[in-house]
Design a protein around this ligand. Structure first.
Ligand code: MN
Length: 291
């Protein structure tokens, strides 16, 4: 299933160029009491929600995808976890381009196992219906397209053998980045710098997430093109690695890393992102910098 969030508080089942408004399916989520869970309760109950969607979709209103505003498909992640240097060719370019984080930080190792993972602020999350609002006009702002993995249930100390059991869905992530010397959690956490969308695709629709073509064009120019087969740490390894540090919760998002070809964007640009089995979509950058 392809499930989106739209127009502020609606849930949609995506079918071709249409969306069925299946918000009624949320009635299977148990009522919550204070203190509310610090993770996403729709993703926690995703199997039940999907079953209920099948019951309500027959009477759902149909809308054109082009007529709605797409929100981030996960409303309340506990964490946005990010993998650094997780494609070999991107690690190589990070050694030669001193504006990229590794060179700027003077790091020697280009192996993800020496770097750990890092977090983007949850407040940086936005959907494909939002415009990316660039900061720092005197600095380089880069696109990084990444396969995003959505965690489905609480997970501590995953193993390579059981890690995939904790995956609920996939999505497209844009890890927008200001280049410079500061910690990544600062340069990658401005509002709208974690773009997720256009929807989640449930795990059953992507039986092999390690052979997925993806690309990004900026204003029609190809910038990045790769395949998830080239991940240095694949998805089970990323989950096992993440749980050496964090407990994962339903709705946690793992940005799995970006391949070579990262490059600058500027106000008014259009980023055409395309990940096989998920979507091809235009993500827009606002016409002015945030001052
Ligand atoms: Mn990244």
């Amino acid at each position: 299933m392809k499930i989106c969030r739209f127009n502020g508080n609606r849930i949609g089942l995506v079918q071709g160029d249409e969306v069925l408004d299946v918000t009624a399916a949320l009635d299977v989520i148990p009522a919550q009491r204070y203190p509310l869970p610090h993770y996403d309760v729709m993703i926690e109950n995703l199997a039940k929600v999907c079953a209920r969607i099948n019951e309500v979709k027959g009477s759902a209103a149909r809308l054109k995808l082009s007529s709605i505003k797409l929100d981030a498909p996960v409303a309340n992640p506990n964490k946005i976890i990010n993998a650094p240097v997780n494609y070999k060719a991107h690690a190589d370019e990070a050694l030669t381009d001193k504006q990229l984080g590794a060179g700027a930080a003077g790091k020697q190792s280009m192996f993800i196992g020496d770097w750990g993972l890092f977090l983007k602020a949850n407040s940086s999350l936005c959907g494909f219906g939002d415009e990316v609002k660039l900061r720092c006009p005197d600095r380089r702002n880069d696109h990084e397209i990444e396969l995003a993995v959505i965690i489905g249930k609480t997970c501590e100390r995953a193993t390579l053998a059981n890690a995939m059991d904790y995956v609920a869905a996939y999505s497209i992530g844009l890890d927008m980045t200001v280049r410079g010397q500061e910690d990544r959690s600062w340069r990658k956490s401005f509002n709208t710098y974690a773009v997720l969308g256009p929807w989640i695709v449930t795990k059953d629709e992507i039986p092999d997430p390690h052979n997925i073509d993806f690309s990004i064009h900026v204003n029609g120019e190809l910038r990045q093109k790769s395949n998830t087969a080239k991940l240095v740490f694949n998805i089970p390894k990323l989950i096992e690695y993440a749980t050496q540090c964090y407990t994962l919760y339903p709705g946690d998002i793992i940005f799995s890393g970006t391949p070579e070809g990262v490059g600058p964007v500027k106000p008014g640009d259009v980023m055409r992102v395309d990940i096989e089995k998920i979507a091809a979509w235009d993500v827009r950058i606002a016409r002015d910098y945030v001052r």
